[in-house]
Write a protein that binds this ligand. Structure first.
Ligand code: ADP
Ligand code: MG
Length: 484
């Protein structure tokens, strides 16, 4: 039995989003990922005496965007603070962050669970800060090495209220944030490379209890499914402690992805340990009405708005619309197809079916897809006009087109002789062949097993190598069987 069944989990997430800016938060150092270690560090990033940080306005704009997208209140007068602690990856000995004036206050993330249920998770705050360097424990036999390239990169930290109750809800929450930052083009959302990072605060309490239990903070999850796994493990671990009358210790724990377990890292620091004080080297950032107007105007359409538009304007089902908008580039590709054709449902099916299948197999994004939306629209018209059928379109035309992407589908259909055959004498011959091969089945059909029609039609389609038109074949098979 799962011991957690008599407990309820309480979860709050802290998500760090690395902002995709050209330079760092407070210096002009580049932030290119994967550059040689310690090549993107100036004395400012290292906090050498006499250097002064400067604001990166682009980072502030991107941070406002996410706040607006999540219905937060934007703070107009923003102070910066120093969070002091000693660690090798923190070259200045402090991190510039925001303490008493987070850029965004409140807001919410609406999530949809796999069972269709919806829930709104409240946000506490979103603040701006800078990233640390990176300790590399696996580059040298004896020593830990430090790469400071990342030090000073602009980050935002999104802090949720403890409204999340299950690993699945946390999964949906992080997925929604990732989708949003990708739509807004402010971060690539890559958890493996660490441009999106999630810490999970987890506690449990007996069902019905109103007070919170002691929380544990879990770090180092490099994928969204690992966030869920870490939380699920942590809930079980804490439940077992409470079941054996033990006490959960408030601490920071790491996650071991291979074992699927968490392990103790350190005792939790309190706020006083950080000796926060106002950053003396940076003037406050004031957000004006004009800035808000211009940031708002530069924002792309948000996924939820796109979802409503896709269901309302194109008559797509909730399912089709949500599969499409899950990835912004797929949604945009779909919209380009339907600017050439009104076959909305079929266009959606192509994007989420054969196209996505091909891309997944080849580990490509739709941005890298060789076929243009015009070519896909052309395939759809060929099918609509009855020139080819769906089977030969997906199984013959599509693969050929991928091999010769500079051709238009219409040309290829002629070259490959894929045109659907409507000529009834050709099809009738095939039908007679097929019926001749299955005398027993013909008898069974005549005795009332009418479902066998599918078998006959299928065989005829096979013999015609997909060229027979399914609808007229179906009619002809019936006719010939009734006459026989
Ligand atoms: P700390 O001072 O330890 O950093 P905060 O109050 O700042 O704690 O909260 C950090 C995160 O932990 C937030 O996402 C918050 O929702 C969550 N949280 C707070 N208390 C609990 C709890 N008892 N159980 C689970 N999560 C909690
Ligand atoms: Mg905190």
């Amino acid at each position: 039995m799962i011991p957690e069944s008599k407990y309820e989990a309480v979860i709050g997430l802290e998500i760090h989003v690395q902002l995709q800016t050209l330079s760092k938060a407070f210096s002009s150092d580049s932030i290119e990922y994967g550059a040689l270690p310690n090549t993107q560090v100036s004395p400012i990033s290292l906090g050498h005496p006499g250097t002064l940080p400067m604001h990166n306005t682009a980072a502030v704009h991107k941070a406002i965007m996410i706040g607006l997208a999540l219905n937060s209140e934007i703070t107009r007068f923003n102070r910066y603070a120093r969070k002091n602690y000693f660690y090798a990856d923190l070259p200045k000995g402090y991190q510039i962050t925001q303490f008493d004036t987070p850029l965004c206050v409140g807001g919410n993330v609406d999530i949809k669970l796999s069972n269709g249920e919806e829930k709104s998770i409240r946000l506490t705050r979103i603040h701006m800060e800078e990233d640390t360097g990176k300790s590399m424990h696996d580059q040298d036999m004896y020593d830990t090495l430090v790469d400071y390239n990342r030090a000073g990169t602009a980050l935002i930290e999104i802090v949720s209220e403890p409204d999340i109750r299950t690993g699945d809800e946390a999964y949906a929450f992080v997925s929604e944030i990732r989708r949003l930052v990708r739509y807004l083009d402010i971060c690539d959302g890559n958890m493996e490379e660490g441009s999106l990072r999630c810490d999970a605060n987890v506690s449990i309490r007996p069902i019905g209890s109103k007070t919170f239990g002691t929380k544990v903070e879990v770090k180092n999850m490099n994928s969204i499914s690992n966030v869920k796994r870490a939380i699920d493990f942590e809930i079980r671990r804490q439940a077992e402690i409470l079941d054996s009358a033990g006490l959960v210790i408030g601490e920071t724990r790491g996650f071991n992805g291979l074992a699927g377990t968490t392990f103790s890292l350190r005792k939790k620091e309190g706020v006083t340990d950080y000796r926060y004080f106002p950053e003396p080297d940076l003037p406050p950032t004031v957000i004006t009405d004009e800035m808000l107007v211009s940031v708002r105007a530069s924002m792309p359409e948000l996924p939820r708005v796109m979802f409503s538009r896709f269901t309302a304007n194109y008559g797509l089902s909730d399912y089709d619309a949500s599969v499409l908008i899950d990835d912004k580039h797929s949604a945009q590709y779909f919209e380009k197809i339907v600017s050439h054709t009104q076959q909305y449902k079929q266009a959606a099916n192509w994007v989420t079916g054969p196209i996505r299948g091909y891309l997944n197999e080849n580990a490509l994004g739709i941005e890298e897809f060789v076929l243009t939306p015009t070519q896909i629209a052309d395939i759809l018209s060929l099918i609509e006009e009855g020139i080819i059928n769906h089977t030969s379109a997906t199984q013959q035309l599509f693969p050929k087109l991928l091999d010769t992407p500079n051709k238009m589908p219409r040309e290829l259909v002629d070259e490959l002789g894929l045109t659907t055959v409507k000529d009834s004498s050709f099809i009738e011959d095939l039908i007679r062949d097929v019926l001749g091969n299955f005398p027993d089945k013909v008898q069974e059909y005549k005795n009332g097993k009418v479902g066998l029609i599918g078998l006959f039609v299928g065989e005829v389609m096979k013999k015609s190598q997909g060229k027979a038109d399914p609808k007229s074949t179906n009619e002809l098979v019936r006719k010939i069987l009734d006459e026989a």
